[in-house]
Design a protein around this ligand. Structure first.
Ligand code: NAD
Ligand code: DAU
Length: 345
């Protein structure tokens, strides 16, 4: 099996490449990554060089992408398309990069797969469906209408639409997955969970947007990737699969769990110092995401394995504690950027 993994030097993509190398001794992976600020060579550095090749290129560069996709000639070969600008806060400050990578990049990947008749899996997000009310009984399903809120989610929705059109109009053999919030090792410290963990490890206070009432549906990155592998094996071209692990928690709940696991702060309910700061809320902040992954589970026989969020967070905290070399070089720059807009409430 030969795979081209776009965005394979980022968080989920690198975890995916590591899983493939571990589980499939005959697999060869070419990582196509433009090595933005979100990429890290160290996430792949210990993998065997005869099994994993890193090609630094923009997936929107049609010639570079075409050349790599042309090499996928075997029946089990595929492109797994993770590459994207992925952070909502950045999309509010600089949306142009999101249009380029997420829409133009996906267009170039689709055209290469079309030209060479190569199987494609497109990795998308639950954010394309917009947000839910806290008491909304319905979760997102494959039939939920698209209603994206931010430049990030709008460009991911646009990419999904391109994939659907290329399936229908040109017969491209593509599947799509829409997954909920991932956590685990190798996640950039700009994101919620690693930001709080590394703030505490650096002697700084964690930062909660607004009241922390917003709900995210957490899934361990290994479970996301096991579902992507199952879709590659058994998924039906043209279909959309939702991936989630029933991990809904408010940001406040997750923050309290991290603080408690790391021995920070007292009880905020008792009026003491909670150990974290409430800061300026994100403009247009989506209230709640929730995935109904029943169809994926029933049709593909997939189940998430890491369903104990507390245990997953404990392991993730240990990983950041043991891998300071991986995140420390970029931490100060991320916090300097946040400091430009963030105010303690
Ligand atoms: P990430 O930001 O950690 O990594 C993205 C990677 O893509 C980086 O290595 C970056 O260099 C690369 N990249 C960006 N633009 C590129 C371009 N034009 N050409 C080539 N490479 C480019 O993101 P992530 O959290 O690993 O997310 C990966 C994918 O999964 C994204 O498509 C994202 O929308 C989707 N997703 C993420 C989550 C989540 O919780 N993080 C949940 C659901 C879906
Ligand atoms: O739902 C899937 C999406 O999850 C993915 O498509 C995105 O790529 C991924 O970044 C993630 O988006 P979110 O915006 O939900 O993730 P983020 O980690 O940025 O924030 C999670 C929640 O925590 C969100 O409600 C904002 C809040 N937050 C975030 C940061 C960085 C804080 O309260 N404090 C923070 O410091």
């Amino acid at each position: 099996m030969r795979l081209v993994v776009t965005g394979g030097a980022g968080f989920i993509g690198a975890n995916f490449v590591r899983t493939v190398v571990r589980q499939f001794p005959d697999a060869h992976v070419t990582v196509l990554d433009s090595m933005t600020y979100a990429a890290n060579r160290a996430s792949l550095a210990d993998l065997p060089s005869d099994r994993v090749e890193l090609v630094e290129a923009d997936c929107a560069d049609t010639a570079a992408t075409d050349q790599l996709v042309a090499g996928l000639t075997g029946p089990g070969d595929a492109v797994v398309h993770f590459a994207a600008e992925s952070h909502n806060d950045n999309s509010l400050a600089s949306p142009g990069a999101f249009v380029h990578s997420n829409i133009v990049g996906t267009y170039a990947v689709l055209e290469a797969c079309r030209r060479h008749d190569v199987r494609l899996h497109h990795v998308s997000t639950d954010e394309v469906y917009g947000d839910l009310q806290l008491d909304d009984p319905a979760k997102f399903t494959p039939d939920t209408a698209y209603n994206p809120s931010s430049p990030y989610s709008a460009t991911k929705a646009g990419a999904d639409m391109l994939v659907r059109a290329w399936v229908r109009s040109f017969g491209v053999r593509a599947t799509i997955s829409n997954c909920s919030n991932n956590y685990g090792p190798y996640q950039h410290v700009e994101k919620f969970i690693p930001r709080q963990i590394t703030n505490i490890l650096s002697g700084h206070r964690p930062r909660l947007y607004g009241s922390g009432a917003n709900v995210r549906d957490w899934i361990h990155v290994s479970d996301h990737n096991s579902a992507v592998l199952r879709i590659l094996e058994r998924g039906e071209p043209g279909r959309t699969y939702l991936i989630g692990a029933d991990g809904e928690r408010s940001n406040l709940q997750v923050m309290r769990m991290i603080c408690e696991l790391m021995g920070v702060g007292g009880s905020d309910t008792a009026g003491g110092d909670p150990g974290f700061d409430h800061v300026t809320d994100r403009p247009g902040h989506d209230l709640r995401y929730a995935i109904d992954s029943t169809a994926t589970r029933e049709e593909l026989g997939w189940q998430p394995q890491h369903t104990d969020l507390r245990e997953g967070l404990r392991q993730t905290i240990d990983w950041y504690r043991d891998n300071r070399d991986w995140w420390e070089p970029v931490k100060a720059r991320v916090e300097t950027r946040y400091a430009q807009t963030e105010r303690v409430l």
